[in-house]
Design a protein around this ligand. Structure first.
Ligand SMILES: [Zn+2]
Length: 291
């Protein structure tokens, strides 16, 4: 369980479930989530079983909590989350205030409404925007355009489903010197499309495909300082535009992000503070790395 920001100095208890399901059929260049999943269709009953296992031991009331059902793919992909399981999933999520699922922009359509109609809690859908640069986006094998994203955002808003977005800090085939500005632009793009929450994710490179791109110079891993700066700059812009959008830097495996050993701790602490307070705090200074 984590306390996730929902506004300035306001958080919500959130239970994140990383469900084992069928591997995502969209094979984005930068993605490594498939490593945790399997190629075959998810058996009926498996997802409710996993949710029950994770929620059975909860002792405190969860009426103000969110539950994230992350399947490393798309919720409305019937081979990943069998629709036959939807009613049971909805029943298991009933005690929560909010249910957050992941979905590809091109899959945010009528099928999603059928799941929403089964739910008592508010539905929120997390969509990977990744970048607002159309040329870079086109080179990620994501099978999504900015128009697809705009269509999904509009559909969700019209149907009172909350939108959360993922933005990547540094993608393959993008200019590494511009990665901070690119991420901030993507955050603003997401907020303007109606996202209530945007997470900036430093692109990982633990797959053979990404290692190959590093070797050829087509990908340069982002640094912790760039992540801190991207969060700082995004919050500075977002807090003045009145959208109320929450912006965080993803801290999963943050120790693995490229860093200078002298300032690593200070930067991680500052990122965590900005995440929870939703205020832009000064970027850490360091004599060793000269920033
Ligand atoms: Zn340093």
């Amino acid at each position: 369980m984590e306390h996730e920001a929902i506004g300035e100095n306001r958080t919500r208890p959130t239970l994140t479930l990383l469900l084992t399901a069928r591997r995502c059929p969209v094979e984005c260049v930068f993605c490594d989530l498939w490593k945790h999943n399997h190629p075959g269709a998810t058996p009926v009953g498996s997802i409710p079983h996993q949710i029950r296992g994770a929620t059975a031991s909860l002792t405190s009331p969860v009426g103000t909590w969110a539950i994230k059902l992350y399947n490393g793919g798309n919720f409305t992909d019937p081979l990943s989350i069998p629709p036959a399981d939807w009613p049971e999933i909805a029943e298991l999520c009933k005690p929560f205030e909010r249910v957050i699922v992941e979905n590809h922009a091109t899959m945010c359509g009528e099928r999603l409404l059928r799941f929403r109609d089964l739910l008592s809690p508010q539905l929120e859908v997390a969509v990977g925007l990744e970048t607002s640069n159309p040329d870079v986006l086109a080179r990620q094998q994501k099978q999504m355009t900015l128009d697809d994203f705009a269509g999904a955002a509009e559909f969700l808003q019209r149907n009172e489903i909350a939108l959360r977005c993922f933005v990547m800090l540094q993608l393959p085939h993008a200019n590494p010197k511009k990665c901070v500005d690119d991420a901030v632009q993507a955050v603003i793009h997401a907020a303007q499309a109606g996202a209530q929450f945007v997470a900036i994710i430093p692109t990982r490179s633990d797959t053979p495909a990404m290692q190959k791109l590093i070797a050829t110079g087509e990908f340069v891993s982002p640094t912790l300082m760039q992540l801190e700066t991207a969060l700082h700059d995004s919050l500075s812009q977002i807090r003045t535009d009145d959208s109320g959008c929450v912006v965080t830097a993803d801290t999963w495996d943050i120790e693995m992000v490229r860093h200078c050993p002298t300032c690593q701790d200070a930067r991680i602490k500052n990122i965590q503070a900005m995440n929870s307070r939703q205020q832009s705090l000064p970027v850490s200074r360091c004599d060793r790395c000269g920033s």
